[in-house]
Structure formats: structure tokens, C-alpha cells
Design a protein around this ligand. Structure first.
Ligand code: F6R
Length: 261
């Protein structure tokens, strides 16, 4: 079953996930993290940066693979996910930028990029912990509704909804690129542990459909139900349309310490 953890706020979620990441780094100095961008994982990166600095944790061998990137957007632009990953993760936490990979969205090499990225993940030994956010339409990565559960890293057309949701980062909605390259649902399902974060009422419907709804390509995030180790961390607002909340709390409260994320 998907482990659902209901937290008081995003700060508590950040501390919880940063704790799991620190444990992993302690056990495996070259741990491989799957990195999401967007607002949901920010509290994780903030908490991780704080712990790494305070406890002088060596992160020099940690490796990372971003979930996705826009296609045809200059990587030097602040909205490119390469820029976002450097600004919000690599620099604050102190990861080695040479060990953190982002799919290359350059138009002239995009055709073979999916395969190259898959190969790089495989050669790194796979992703240990994959962070995920969720779109209001149920996407994870940029796997829009109708994505195959078996899909691997490839180019996709962004939905109107996603382009509208992301317009806040651009000067005008028309500036949001039409295409992206994203790890597929099949790629994501190969990671050893999935951690999906969602906060706020706007994500409540997508979360309920992903966790408790039927497995369907209409809600790509429902793919997490297929994963043997998936943790969904939500605040009260994002949990507000779940029906089994009482059980999730009860299960969490009665978990043995080692069982928790
Ligand atoms: C980002 C990504 C997307 C976001 C999702 C939610 O790398 O892959 O799936 O996680 O669009 O974004 P936020 O958290 O900004 O609402």
C-alpha cells in the first residue's frame, strides 16, 4: 500500500524527508537522488541544506538526476530546470554540480536524449530516492494525462493546464515552452523509494485520485500505487479529499521507528 503521511505543514514534511536523505547519505556516500523542481520539494532542500551545514555532512559524492526539463529553452534562462536545480538544490546543499544531471532540452540533440539519460541513470546504479511533486492534473514529472505507465525518458507536449500553472515563472503564458523532456512513469517506478509531496487545497483532488482512485493513465500519479515503497506526504489541505485519513494516521502512529520513511 502507499504510505500516506499527514503532516502539520510543509516545514515538517521537509524535515522528515531531509532526515531520510541524510540517513541514506550516511549509509551510502554516493547515494543517488531523483530531484523534482517546483514548489513542493523546496522545504526538503531547505531542511537538507540546513542539516548538511550544521552537521558538516559530506555530500561530495552524492549524485542526482532531475526529473525533467523544458525543450528549446536556453539553459542559461532562470526558468530552465537546469538553472532551478543549480539555484535551489546544488548551491544551497553543496552538491557537486558535475554529479547532478538534468535532461538536455537542446533542440538539436533532443532525439537521442531520452536514451542517453536512461543510460546515465542505469550506469549510476539507479535512483535510491525519487522526490516527486504532483500537478493539479495528476502529472508527475511532466508525464501528462495519457502517459504510459511503462514510459521512459522522452519528449512530451505540455498540456494547456500545466503551461497555465507554470506561467507564473514566465513573463507571459505564451513564453512557457510547448515541449519538455521528462523521466517516464516507467523510469520513476524503477527508483527504489518514491516520495511524493503535496501541499494546499489545490492538490487535494489530484492526491485523492492518485492514492485512492483507480490506476489510470488519466492520473499519471496513480502509478505510485504500483510501487512497493511509495510515501505520499501531504498537509491537511492536500489530504482533505482522501477518504481513509483515519487509517493513514493510525498506521503512521503505530509504525515501528525503522519502518517510517
Ligand atoms: C517538477 C515536476 C512537476 C511538479 C509539479 C508540481 O520537476 O516534475 O511534476 O512537481 O508540476 O509543481 P509544484 O510543486 O510547483 O506545484
Amino acid at each position: 500500500m502507499t504510505e500516506v503521511v499527514i503532516v502539520d505543514d510543509s516545514e515538517q514534511a521537509g524535515a522528515l524527508v531531509a532526515g531520510a536523505m541524510v540517513r541514506l547519505i550516511t549509509e551510502k556516500a554516493d547515494a543517488v537522488f531523483g530531484l523534482a523542481t517546483g514548489s513542493a520539494p523546496l522545504p526538503v532542500y531547505t531542511a537538507l541544506a540546513e542539516r548538511v551545514s550544521r552537521e558538516r555532512i559530506d555530500v561530495s559524492r552524492v549524485r542526482g538526476f532531475a526529473l525533467d526539463e523544458y525543450v528549446g529553452l536556453d539553459v542559461a534562462q532562470p526558468q530552465s530546470y537546469r538553472s532551478v536545480v543549480v539555484r535551489e538544490v546544488v548551491e544551497p546543499v553543496g552538491f557537486d554540480p558535475r554529479r547532478v544531471h538534468v535532461p538536455n532540452g537542446a533542440l538539436d540533440t533532443i532525439q537521442g536524449e531520452g536514451e542517453r539519460y536512461e543510460k546515465a541513470i542505469t550506469e549510476a546504479g539507479g535512483i535510491d530516492l525519487q522526490l516527486l511533486g504532483i500537478g493539479t492534473n495528476g502529472h508527475i514529472g511532466f508525464n501528462e494525462p495519457s502517459s504510459s505507465f511503462a514510459s521512459l525518458t522522452r519528449m512530451k507536449t505540455l498540456s494547456r493546464q500545466t503551461r497555465e500553472d507554470n506561467a507564473r515563472f514566465f513573463d507571459s503564458p505564451d513564453d512557457v515552452p510547448m515541449h519538455c523532456i521528462t523521466q517516464g512513469l516507467g523510469t520513476i517506478l524503477r527508483a527504489r523509494h518514491l516520495v511524493l509531496l503535496a501541499f494546499g487545497e489545490g492538490k487535494a483532488s489530484a492526491i485523492a485520485r492518485a492514492v485512492e482512485g483507480p490506476l489510470t493513465a488519466k492520473i499519471p500519479a496513480s502509478a505510485v500505487q504500483l510501487h512497493p515503497r511509495a510515501t505520499v506526504i501531504v498537509d491537511e489541505a492536500a489530504a482533505s479529499q482522501l477518504t481513509d485519513v483515519e487509517y493513514y494516521r493510525y498506521a503512521w502512529d503505530n509504525k515501528l521507528e525503522w519502518e517510517k520513511i
